[in-house]
Design a protein around this ligand. Structure first.
Ligand code: SF4
Length: 188
């Protein structure tokens, strides 16, 4: 009797991540509209603000990361994303250059920023919020992703157009991003 052997190729595992940004880039991702259905057929979306997964998973193939690194929470997540992801794409100008998120940098350290906002700006009674461990701690300077971790590709724009997001993901999934070319078994 003839034995039929079937193989099932694993779908690429992709993620979208939201760090120190306004979510405009993530909203632009949703503007790819019907292509989201094609994407869902081509790949598994394993982590994203638009799905309810709390922990960034292991073995992610492609991650697009919105926003700059502005606080200790952003930093912890980005290091985890880098450690668990093959191709990390800086997604939008805040991730690429710091952009809007980094506009506070000229004010000085995190303490200088908090003082400028909470003490110097109100007409009266200003004070820096005293309760700790509720919100992430601000870093002294906001940084674009590439100043913290290795970045494999960049999508410019504030926000990037849906067409450029689709093109970047299509190229990543097709193996056109340089790191994928160097790793032919990337999507196994
Ligand atoms: Fe928002 Fe623009 Fe930054 Fe994207 S690049 S997070 S749209 S400010």
């Amino acid at each position: 009797m003839e034995t039929v052997v079937t193989t099932t190729a694993r779908k690429p595992r992709i993620a979208t991540v939201w760090l120190g940004g306004c979510s405009g880039c993530t909203m632009s991702f949703l503007d790819v509209d019907e292509w989201l259905i094609d994407l869902a057929n081509m790949a598994d979306i394993v982590f994203s603000p638009v799905i309810d997964i709390k922990e960034y998973p292991e073995n992610v193939d492609v991650a697009i990361v919105e926003g700059a690194v502005a606080n200790d929470d952003n930093l912890e997540i980005l290091l985890k994303v880098r450690a668990r992801t093959k191709v990390l794409i800086a997604f939008g100008d805040c991730a690429v250059t710091g952009n809007v998120t980094a506009m506070r940098n000229p004010l000085g350290t995190a303490t200088d920023v908090l003082k400028a906002v909470y003490v110097d700006s109100p007409d009266q009674g200003g004070q820096i919020p005293a309760r700790s461990h509720i919100l992430p701690v601000l870093l002294d300077q906001v940084k674009p992703l590439h100043e913290v971790v290795k970045v494999d590709a960049y999508i410019h724009g504030c926000p990037p157009s849906a067409a450029s997001i689709r093109k970047a993901l299509e190229e990543a999934l097709a193996g056109l991003v340089s790191q994928i070319n160097e790793s032919p078994d990337l999507f196994g």
